[in-house]
Design a protein around this ligand. Structure first.
Ligand code: GLN
Length: 452
């Protein structure tokens, strides 16, 4: 059977195709000569599946879509403090090429406007590198996000450099504030090369998917940048990625995004998908007209808005029941889904409210597919408190979601593969076949009680 998604994408393109409003970017002559008819879209899933329609393999220059990725590289290469000292994270509400800096410090307001992007480019790679080494680092970094080696369109680069007066003005101003500490001309040159990297809609969707996938490229499996960097970049995309239409975008589309003057547009929906579109005619903000319409449609058709509230954590406790009777009774809290703070709070409350009279208590993770750090710690604390209250605690964890269960201070859990193993252990103990309560023998791996 044919997948439903390409059909949906084809239909979405057909719907926006007649819209010829907007203008090509006129200030870069090579871009003014682009084919305005090109129209494409790609969805890239986090396990590497690509769905596309239209012109998915046509090459064009990345332009400003390079900005979040170069910012990510600067953060990864130099660390947060040096980068944040030079580039703010406040939406400017201004056009991308506005000649404006924070009053007093001279800091660019954010890394998505040109002032911040020029500065971010200057911070990629190691401090000692020359401009050429830095450009190489940026191209290699963008390539790692895309999962294939990218290269520069020399004609577009040369064309933009001939008319780069505005970016040169911004760079000189940054130099006067010592935000840039080197030749401004070389920074503009490197940044313009960065903007001239050739990509396809497929590449851009994969780059977005890498951000949506916590910095891991879904196909190559490479961790391109760390999770903390990804969080920072997505936050800045969400607040500043669409320049002076960031507020409209945040409310109507609600996907961290970035546009470029060659008509590309990407959206990275954390934990779900990377999306990219291409259509060269731009609105007054410099965002692709048909791209914006497509994203609005995708967001409303498929509930992709990041503020779309997920189902509440209540369902995390699937059941709370007793297996067996008398001294063999085991209280089972069967948990399910992905557990984060709110889910863990539900579990804590369920266990407290139940105040299980049974000695044996099993926390069953068989139907849980993920558990984050805080939820893991809260679960182990529940286990510790149950032990202190004279319970024997089993963790049914066949997939080792809690790989090294250490409840600490007086706590003890016995990890078993399934409920049956827990029941057997309890039965064996109460019929005298086991040496001591809580010792699983060969029934499971036990985590030893901590010595005071
Ligand atoms: N290279 C372009 C510039 O600096 C990128 C701008 C953009 O895509 N918004 O003007």
């Amino acid at each position: 059977m044919r997948s439903v998604i390409p059909d949906y994408l084809t239909e979405a393109l057909a719907e926006v195709a007649p819209d010829v409003s907007g203008q090509l970017a006129g200030y870069i002559p090579e871009l003014a000569a682009a084919d305005p008819g090109r129209l494409g879209v790609v969805f890239a899933t986090l396990d590497g599946k690509i769905y596309g329609a239209g012109d998915v393999d046509a090459e064009f220059t990345i332009q400003s879509i390079s900005k979040p990725f170069a910012y990510a590289l600067a953060l990864a290469d130099r660390g947060f403090d040096p980068v944040l000292a030079k580039i703010g994270v406040e939406p400017s509400g201004e056009a991308f090429n506005e000649i404006s800096l924070e009053s007093g410090s001279g800091r660019p307001l954010n890394p998505m406007i040109n002032a911040g992007a020029l500065t971010a480019h200057s911070l990629a790679g190691s401090r000692e590198w020359d401009p050429a080494g830095r450009v190489e680092r940026v191209i290699d970094g963008l390539s790692a996000f895309a999962g294939r080696q990218l290269s520069i369109d020399e004609r577009v680069y040369a064309s933009e450099m001939e008319h780069a007066h505005r970016n040169l003005a911004i760079a000189h101003m940054l130099r006067s504030y010592d935000v840039l500490t080197e030749d401004p001309q070389a920074v503009v040159d490197g940044y313009t090369r960065q903007c001239s990297v050739l990509v396809t809609v497929r590449d851009l969707a994969m780059m977005a998917a890498t951000l949506a996938n916590r910095g891991v490229n879904p196909v190559s499996g490479e961790q391109v940048v760390g999770e903390r960097v990804v969080r920072q970049v997505l936050s800045v995309m969400a607040t500043c990625g669409m320049y002076d239409s960031a507020g409209d975008w945040a409310t109507q589309v609600g996907i961290p995004a970035k546009s470029g003057v060659s008509g590309g547009l990407i959206g990275a929906l954390p934990g779900q998908i990377g999306i990219a579109t291409l259509s060269a005619r731009l609105d007054a903000h410099g965002n692709s007209v048909r791209g914006v319409t497509l994203f609005e449609r995708f967001s409303s058709d498929m509930g992709l808005h990041v503020m779309e509230v997920p189902p509440s954590a209540r369902a995390v406790v699937r059941s709370n029941h007793v297996v067996g009777g008398g001294p063999h009774a085991v209280r089972v809290f069967q948990l399910q889904g992905g557990i984060r703070f709110a889910g863990a709070e539900r579990i804590v409350r369920e266990v407290l409210d139940t105040a299980p009279p049974e000695v044996a208590v099993a926390l069953d993770l068989t139907m849980v597919y993920s558990i984050d750090d805080v939820a893991r710690r809260m679960l182990l604390e529940v286990a510790r408190r149950l032990t202190v209250d004279h319970h024997e605690v089993f963790l049914i964890d066949p997939e080792a979601l809690v790989p090294d269960p250490e409840p600490g201070d007086g706590g003890r859990v016995t990890v078993v593969e399934d409920l049956e193993q827990a029941v057997r252990s309890v039965t064996a103990r109460s019929t005298g076949h086991e040496p001591a309560p809580g010792s699983p023998g060969d029934e499971g791996r036990e985590v030893p009680r901590e010595q005071p």
